[in-house]
Design a protein around this ligand. Sequence first.
Ligand code: B12
Length: 211
Amino acid sequence: MTKEELFTEIKTALVEFEVDLLKMKAQEALDQGIKAEEIISILSEGMDVVGEKYEAGEYFVTSLIIAGETMKETLEVLEPHLSGQGGAKRGKIVMATVAGDIHDIGKNIFTTLMGTASYEVIDLGVDVSAETIVAAVKEHSPHILGLSALLTTNLEQFPLIIEMLKKEGLRSKVKIVVGGAVMTDEFAKGAGVDAHAKSAVEGVNICKTWV
Ligand code: B12
């Protein structure tokens, strides 16, 4: 089977929630020497298809939940194969999904990749208020603050967090990278963050240029 055929099967298995088949195909890809990072980006494309089907009224919220679980189980197969560096820590990052938003799959992929790239990650979890995020920046003095958002309705959290950081005199002390399906370069620029990453891998590369 060619790599393209295998990737199509992986995407289809995710979209149809065939978790056992998906795990088997992910393992098959690993056995072919395909990098775990590349398989994760194919899974993300599959999640986009699930999102499109939800928007089209073909899938419901329960489908999103099952898709999320299917993705999480498959990531467990892939995570041990992410290329880690070990050794001394490169820098520190505080990470959160913003208030009102409970999506965590993308955030978790990014934090896992940051961990394997030798960053110390302080993960505050999901639905984290601006107050908690700013308090964590104050407490941990991270080099980087990473924020994830998947709901358009929650984008107002970004200017709020940045204003609060400024008030506390912390904005100039921390680099901010944002990501998540609804984030755009334009919005990120307008909100006053340092960078917007379209993928977790791009996010890690941006962080590496900082610390
Ligand atoms: C799975 C899913 C869910 C699951 C989440 C499970 C979980 N544990 O995360 C559940 C069922 C809980 C859910 C609920 C809802 N969801 Co939902 N969900 C999705 C879905 C299908 C996939 C999201 C996902 O995991 N994608 C895969 C990951 C890997 O991609 P990602 O998050 O974008 O992350 C990648 C990059 O963006 C990046 N990244 C992400 N964060 C960060 C942060 C940093 C710092 C960096 C550097 C990079 C980075 O790294 C990742 C890998 O490259 C999307 C559709 C979509 N296409 O995104 C809808 C979607 C996000 N959901 C949507 C909606 C509407 C909802 C609900 C409101 C539905 C409802 N009526 O209840 C609720 C909201 C709940 C809440 N308060 O948060 C809409 C949002 C629309 C919008 N524009 O606001 C979407 C887009 C579906 C759609 N097309 O309509 N959802």
